[in-house]
Design a protein around this ligand. Structure first.
Ligand SMILES: *Cc1c(COP(=O)(O)O)cnc(C)c1O
Length: 421
């Protein structure tokens, strides 16, 4: 039996310990010793087996190539960050001037850079704050402005994984005054519901579904002047209208239409870090910021850094992916096939496909796309590859969609397909 101290003293194992910490290395050593004890491994092969068994990093989250064709995929961590956001986070991850004014040496306002970038991007907003996510923004608004929140029945949505916005709102102690029916609500419904107990009228973008047919909803414009704050949760985090997504609400247009506050997720269409963005009237934003709950929901230095860099830096990956033409996607797919140079062990074809925005945005909107088509049996080995590649299976084939994949990862895709047999 190879001794623990001997295995731990091997230079390769020592080097791994510096990177991964002692506990992970020790666990790998113990597991390998057990394999030797069980007779499944020769003692001489133990060090190699320890090195092979070590995890790539001290965290269990892996880099995964998103070939699902869903640009903002919740199971894959929603928006990939821009390189500028990654750099900003690395800089902020040590000690940083998040609440210090280096010019005076005094305490400075927290998150000023990110807030300034948000206000520059959404000129219709007087003020803004950033909290952990859009659910946190809703909780803060409901706690601070509730009493009673007037909401249309057709907007009481479940956003996924069993999370229901009405349950979240009620959990804060706010009361809901539901108006209209599932398919129809009128301005008169809202007007009749507003009274001295009303804290706000809340409009929630239904995000991941549409109601069609005999429907009617009331737009923000019509609600202006109803006598209480109008709060719009647009969900998607689109800053301004996007030509590729004409039906998706955006922060600037919603405020310009007269909303007092607008809420959104930073990691949906904005394409940045997880964050809840609250923009609008200065007095209301100040009330939210002064509420004790704000302290429990505010974001850390790395989120502020990533958000500011996403807003000020180059176009984030999600927006690049939205804007890529099918001609570019086809050229990339054909380059991958050419790079395989006949070395693929499986049948690979370039096919037309259909991608989606994801993240609860534009549920019916299909983006024409291009994919590699492989045998269905490839899905599993691709998922177990290094890095793992996640596509989807349709009509008996594994499809790897190029639109949701960073072009910088096309080379890794070549390797993954080559390893697939
Ligand atoms: C996604 C979404 C939320 C929740 O946002 P998180 O940032 O995931 O907390 C809230 N409201 C709407 C309309 C959404 O689409």
């Amino acid at each position: 039996m190879p001794r623990t101290d001997v295995l731990l003293a091997d230079p390769r194992v020592v080097a791994a310990g510096d990177r991964l910490g002692r506990d992970l290395v020790k666990a790998a050593v113990t597991a390998v010793q057990q394999r030797v004890r069980d007779g499944g491994l020769a003692a001489e092969a133990a060090v190699d087996a320890v090195v092979a068994a070590l995890p790539a990093s001290a965290a269990s989250l892996h880099r995964v190539l998103n070939a699902t064709g869903v640009l903002v995929h919740t199971n894959l961590g929603r928006a990939p960050w821009s390189a500028a956001a990654v750099d900003a986070v690395v800089a902020a991850s040590g000690t940083t001037d998040v609440e210090l004014d280096l010019a005076t040496g005094r305490r400075g306002p927290r998150g000023e850079g990110a807030i300034g970038a948000l206000l520059d991007a959404v000129p219709a907003a007087e003020a803004a704050i950033v909290v952990n996510n859009c659910a946190a923004a809703l909780a803060l608004v409901a706690t601070c402005l509730g009493g009673e929140l007037v909401v249309a029945r057709g907007e009481l949505v479940e956003i996924g994984d069993g999370f229901r916005i009405p349950d979240l709102l009620v959990s804060t102690g706010a009361r809901l005054h539901e108006v209209g029916t599932t398919n129809r609500v009128t301005l008169a419904d809202y007007t009749a519901a507003v009274d001295s107990d009303t804290g706000a009228v809340l409009k929630v973008h239904p995000s991941n579904f549409v109601v069609r047919g005999f429907t009617r909803s009331v737009e923000v414009e019509e609600l202006v002047g109803i006598g209480v704050p109008v709060v719009a949760d647009v969900g998607s985090g689109l800053l301004r209208p996007h030509p590729a997504l004409p039906d998706e609400p955006d922060l600037q247009s919603t405020l310009a239409a007269g909303a007092d506050l607008v809420l959104a997720s930073g990691d949906k269409l904005l394409g940045g870090p997880q964050a809840g963005l609250v923009l609008g009237r200065a007095d209301l934003v100040q009330r939210l910021r002064r509420h004790p709950l704000y302290r429990a929901l505010r974001v850390d230095k790395t989120t502020l850094a990533a958000l500011e860099a996403t807003l000020r830096g180059p176009v984030p990956p999600v927006h690049r992916m939205l804007g890529t033409t099918t001609g570019e996607l086809r050229a990339r797919a054909e380059a991958v096939v050419a790079a395989l140079g006949g070395q693929a062990q499986v049948d690979v074809q370039v096919v037309e496909s259909s991608a989606r925005v994801g993240g609860g945005g534009a549920p019916e909107f299909e983006l024409p796309s291009v994919a590699l088509s492989l045998p269905a049996a490839c899905a599993e080995p691709l998922r177990h590859g290094s890095p793992p590649v996640v596509g989807y299976v349709a009509d008996g084939r594994t499809l790897l969609d190029l639109r949701s994949l960073d072009p910088a990862d096309d080379g890794a895709l070549v390797g993954a397909v080559r390893a697939c047999r």
